[in-house]
Design a protein. Structure first.
Length: 237
């Protein structure tokens, strides 16, 4: 999941007990199984992020999972795409891959001709869809999706951990397709991008190490890393 905004970590809300009480009430309702959609609006700098961070801390203290995301400030996908994007995170994290593919398809259907930050969002949704296809054993489709988005990924995320994750998926899909030499090259590239091992999950790195030696890849459950935690908005690169 995406990390909390840095600016909001140092101080709590001041003088808005009424708003904070309402946010906590909504959290309590959600914990009890009665979900809510709440819009917190106001001028820039008024303290919206600080309030939401306090509410997130309260939610975490109640044992809930909190996902942070940022919307694209220009024209682009409607708000419903962001709701679906968070649903996709939960489905992938929980291993509900068939539902994740269906949700990704619904999100992508809301995008028109994406550009700028929305193009980044569209690409990350497509990557997540490829992850789910791979876990479902639909390897040809997963590999085709990865190959289709890789050129743009290389341009937008070349120095970003997102590209390492994409190349890692490519290596594993190629290995499953018995394209050994290509898989080896991609596995070595992904491991090289991972550097000190701060990007890829340990079990994925182990799978890539086997592939790099020419051994068959193993089925490893997808883990949604922090870098890919937000899909429907513009990812922070």
């Amino acid at each position: 999941m995406s990390r909390k905004p840095l600016a909001a970590r140092t101080a709590g809300p001041v003088g808005r007990d009424d708003v904070l009480a309402e946010l906590r009430r909504v959290v309590d309702e959600a914990v009890a199984g009665r979900g809510h959609l709440l819009l917190l609006a106001g001028e820039a700098g008024i303290g919206k992020t600080t309030m939401l961070t306090a509410a997130a801390d309260f939610a975490e203290s109640r044992g809930t999972r909190v996902a942070w995301g940022w919307g694209w400030s220009g024209e682009g996908a409607p708000g419903y795409a962001y709701v679906l994007g968070y649903r996709l995170i939960v489905q992938l994290t929980g291993g509900d891959y068939a539902a994740a593919v269906a949700t990704a398809d619904r999100v992508l259907a809301t995008y028109g001709e994406a550009k700028g930050g929305m193009l980044q969002a569209q690409l990350t949704i497509r990557f997540q869809r490829a992850e789910a296809l791979f876990e479902l054993g639909r390897n040809d489709e997963a590999l085709a999706e990865e190959l289709a988005i890789e050129p743009q990924y290389a341009k937008l995320f070349a120095r970003n951990s997102l590209y390492a994750e994409l190349v890692a998926l490519k290596a594993r899909a190629l290995a499953r397709a018995n394209r050994v030499e290509e898989a080896q090259a991609s596995a070595k590239a992904a491991l090289g991008m991972d550097g000190e091992g701060n990007v890829l999950a340990a079990d994925v790195r182990a799978d890539l190490a086997r592939i790099a030696r020419g051994a068959p890849g193993e089925r490893v459950a997808t883990k949604v890393p922090a870098a890919h935690g937000v899909r429907a908005g513009s990812p922070r690169s």
